[in-house]
Design a protein around this ligand. Structure first.
Ligand code: MG
Length: 306
């Protein structure tokens, strides 16, 4: 593997975790004033630099992929349930509803269908925020990359926009890892991934939006919009992530997605040293063991080596 691709693969994993941790203290808050953007890790509900459910679920997905390829939805569902039972600090509402049903004995497919039936229009970002490990494991196989990106969504989020968003994000990562310019990576991913027309239109318009127009809610359409906007309207890893985590509301999830994209674009070497050193996460949750930079780098290497 050539060095630049390896650095980008590592950048994708570390970038997602860094974006999550940087967004953590700003989650559900207001949009920050443009002249006072937060640029450093800060404590929130968790200590400074701590990653949240976005990265934790990605780690569960990564560990499932290291055991099972192609992706085995039953194995993944079991790992999400195991994580849920350990008592993570954050669990998204939709994910909590699904995992609670599974904990009570429903097969995962029935649980996902039942939750979606209650709120048919609901298309949260809970599967998009964690999808990047599929892009690393299939970094050299685009067909499996798209198939497994959608499949990992269906384990909790079966809405067509959720599935399509995961396929799109990871197809972008595929092209970015090869040095494709971000705007071209968007075009190629849009050509490759079938998606509802409204999601496609939102993605195409994203780079023309003003920051005041971006809602950045937990709706997957908003998260993808923010992430594409952040990547296409900036020139560095730091600026892409800073712009997105300062949009308010679902800052950590949008931060994780833009972090994965920007990390795949600029590589680990472009992730600010102060953020690399600060990022930490208890994994498994409540275990007393903390993951840091080296663990994320090692995971990225293991995923991509398969
Ligand atoms: Mg979170």
């Amino acid at each position: 593997m050539e060095a630049t691709i390896q650095d980008r693969i590592r950048g994708c994993a570390v970038g997602a975790a860094v974006g999550d941790a940087l967004g953590m203290p700003l989650e559900f808050g207001p949009r920050q004033p443009a002249d006072r953007l937060v640029r450093d890790m800060k404590p929130g509900r968790l200590p400074s630099g701590t990653l949240t459910d976005d990265t934790e679920m990605a780690l569960a997905l990564a560990e499932s992929l290291l055991e099972c390829q192609p992706l085995d939805p039953s194995d993944l569902s079991s790992r999400f349930l195991e994580w849920f039972r350990l008592g993570p600090h954050d669990v998204g509402i939709h994910t909590r509803d699904v995992l609670t049903r599974i904990e009570l004995g429903q097969p995962w497919q029935r649980a996902v269908e039942a939750v979606q039936r209650q709120k048919p229009e609901l298309a949260g970002n809970g599967s998009a925020m964690r999808c990047w490990p599929v892009a690393l494991v299939h970094w050299d196989d685009l067909a499996w990359l798209v198939t497994d990106s959608r499949q990992q969504s269906r384990v909790t989020h079966g809405h067509p926009e959720c599935e399509a968003a995961c396929g799109f994000i990871n197809a972008m990562i595929y092209h970015l890892l090869r040095g494709t310019a971000p705007a071209l990576a968007v075009d190629r991913a849009l050509l490759l991934v079938d998606m509802p027309e409204a999601l496609r239109a939102t993605i195409q318009a994203a780079p023309t939006r003003q920051r005041e127009q971006l809602k950045n809610s937990g709706w997957v359409r908003h998260t993808v919009e923010s992430a594409v906007w952040g990547l296409l309207t900036t020139q560095s890893f730091e600026e892409a992530v800073v712009q997105v985590v300062n949009l308010g509301d679902d800052t950590d999830s949008a931060g994780a997605v833009v972090g994965a994209l920007a990390g795949a674009t600029y590589g680990l070497g472009a992730v600010p040293e102060r953020w690399q050193q600060a990022v930490r996460g208890e994994w498994p949750v409540r275990s007393g063991t903390y993951w840091r930079l080296a663990d994320l780098v090692e995971l990225a290497d293991r995923l991509a080596a398969l």
